[in-house]
Design a protein around this ligand. Sequence first.
Ligand SMILES: [Zn+2]
Length: 88
Amino acid sequence: MQVFTCPFCGPRNETEFHFVAEAGKVRPDTTQPISDAEWATYLHTQRNEKGPVREVWMHTTCAELFVMQRDSVTMAVLGTQALRKDGS
Ligand SMILES: [Zn+2]
């Protein structure tokens, strides 16, 4: 079992969390024409980097989104940060 720290609730069992997306992924401008291939790449392609990564996670208990920095090789959590301003 691994413990993740929700910026709003504190340390909790990893089973209370859900991966959402890579942090910093830029959504294509859909007000302009976009090919199916470009849209599919946005939806399904991950950088899948080794080492330190930034990801958006949800704590399913409080339903808040936050950024988790973790090492994708060791699985060590390097930090968490609230996405909304009033999180601590
Ligand atoms: Zn929480």
